[in-house]
Design a binder for this molecule. Structure first.
Ligand SMILES: NC(=O)c1ccc[n+]([C@@H]2O[C@H](COP(=O)([O-])OP(=O)(O)OC[C@H]3O[C@@H](n4cnc5c(N)ncnc54)[C@H](O)[C@@H]3O)[C@@H](O)[C@H]2O)c1
Ligand SMILES: [Zn+2]
Length: 250
């Protein structure tokens, strides 16, 4: 909200970001997407506006609750799954240390996440194409947030559920291996993140997904993982097929 205010006040004043949640340190403070929610939808009002710099101080996380802290792992894992298999392996090998807030591990993980996000945003600041990779897990994640009125799940938790489904969809419709899906699901669980979809009807999920601004006439842009560390984006015309893969019934 402060970023959006800085973007519009006097047609723009300089600002810096000092993120105080893990999720903000690894994702929202980098990349210049600022915005506020409207009752008609999330992030409907906003601007692309880069901060002068981002100051990340891990000590700020000391007072953060475990639930909020763990929620940040979801976006970190996202980078590993679609951009950097080695980073995924690092998280797998150091899950316990990350859960115990080991400073060296955390510093490496936060720094790597910021570098991975920056490498995408530098090439595609305004989501002309490539930046859409950062929406991995978010199509279904956003639907979960909408259907539960933003009350039941933190953003990272909803993204975790969305990534578990994206992994299943990538296997069923895109040819990723079963082993790859299992590795993704097992790391989410190891990091104490949720993977099960809340029970809503297929029609409700469909309406929530189709309302998303990323759905165009020629279909829904969906981010698939190829294996771990690689991705591709494809249009899905029949969105209900996605739901069948996730076993969302009527
Ligand atoms: N702009 C982007 O690129 C981008 C990227 C990812 C997520 N997001 C958005 O970010 C939002 C989630 O933000 P968030 O996870 O940073 O949570 P948040 O800012 O909503 O904060 C979560 C809670 O933690 C408290 N808190 C924050 N820092 C604390 C600290 N150091 N100690 C104790 N308590 C603290 C807050 O008061 C709040 O109650 C979602 O709406 C998500 O969609 C935006
Ligand atoms: Zn997100």
């Amino acid at each position: 909200m402060a970023g959006y205010a800085a973007a519009t006040y006097l047609r723009g004043i300089p600002f810096v970001q000092v993120p105080t949640t893990l999720l903000a340190q690894v994702d929202s403070s980098v990349g210049g997407k600022t915005g506020i929610n409207h009752h008609k939808g999330k992030n409907l009002i906003g601007a692309f506006y880069q901060p002068k710099f981002v100051l990340i101080d891990l000590a700020l996380l000391d007072s953060l609750s475990d639930r909020e802290y763990i929620s940040g792992f979801a976006e970190m894992l996202k980078y590993g799954v679609v951009l950097d298999g080695k980073f995924f392996d690092f998280m797998h090998a150091n899950a316990e240390k990350l859960l115990h807030r080991d400073k060296d591990c955390l510093q490496f993980a936060v720094k790597t996440s910021c570098m991975l996000k920056a490498s995408i945003v530098e090439r595609d600041e305004r989501e002309g194409g490539l930046r859409a990779v950062l929406n991995y897990g978010h199509t279904i994640g956003h639907a979960v947030e909408t259907l539960t009125d933003y009350r039941q799940f933190l953003h990272g938790e909803a993204v975790s559920i969305g990534m578990a489904q994206a992994a299943r969809i990538s296997e069923a419709m895109g040819g990723a291996s079963t082993a790859c899906t299992e590795r993704i699901l097992s790391l989410l669980t190891k990091l104490h993140l949720p993977t099960d979809l809340p029970a809503f009807k297929a029609d409700d999920y469909l309406a929530a997904i189709l309302h998303d601004k990323k759905v165009k006439d020629d279909g829904l842009s969906f981010v698939f993982n190829k294996d771990i560390g690689n991705f591709y984006i494809d249009k899905v015309k029949d969105v209900s097929r996605l739901l069948k893969v996730c076993e969302i019934g009527d």
